[in-house]
Design a protein around this ligand. Structure first.
Ligand SMILES: [Zn+2]
Ligand SMILES: [Zn+2]
Length: 172
């Protein structure tokens, strides 16, 4: 996400933009975007500080931790960043946890890395396709959301048979 700094007025500026997943360098990361990312931001200019705050949203593809099925969700991530125009050139291009430093004569700032980080932080650690996902059968691997498998039936029967046998033993 490249933000043009020229033409911004002192005080509050509204920024609405779309970010293409390709621009975020997602190869090898866990983030799989299936749509463009919408950025809805407020930029407060107070030279030499630009304070950016708002939200990012878009759809991502995840894999269910229980049944391994892929599904899509709408992700909404908060975004907050301070861009600091720095006189000391040595700092330009550096970024700390909250502040991105830019050169004194920079006309724009690229926040693609920061956007990617914000989105990654919002991904669920243990994604579930649904709250009540039944997962896979541990013995045959069938997706139990699609119906019961026969081995589950057998296991249950076997347990009952043992109990019945025990019951019969004690009774006789
Ligand atoms: Zn699932
Ligand atoms: Zn099974």
């Amino acid at each position: 996400m490249e933000i043009e700094l020229r033409g911004l007025k002192e005080g509050i500026n509204r920024l609405r933009t779309t970010i293409s997943p390709e621009s975020l360098d997602l190869e090898g990361s866990d983030l799989r975007c299936t749509s463009v990312i919408q950025a809805d931001l407020t930029l407060t200019k107070n030279e030499p500080i630009y304070s950016i705050k708002g939200s990012l949203s878009g759809s991502v593809r995840l894999m269910c931790a229980r049944c391994l099925t892929e599904f899509e969700i709408e992700l909404s991530a908060p975004f907050e960043r301070i861009v600091h125009r720095e006189d000391k050139l040595a700092l330009a291009g550096e970024a700390s946890d909250e502040i991105t430093f830019i050169a004194p004569d920079a006309i724009s700032v690229d926040l693609s890395d920061e956007v990617r980080e914000a989105l990654l932080l919002t991904l669920p650690i243990k994604p579930l396709c649904s709250e009540g996902c039944l997962g896979l059968c541990p013995s045959c691997g069938k997706n139990l959301n699609e119906g019961k498998c026969t081995c589950l039936q057998e296991h249950t029967d076997a347990r009952w048979n043992k109990l019945l046998a025990l019951k019969n033993q004690t009774e006789t």
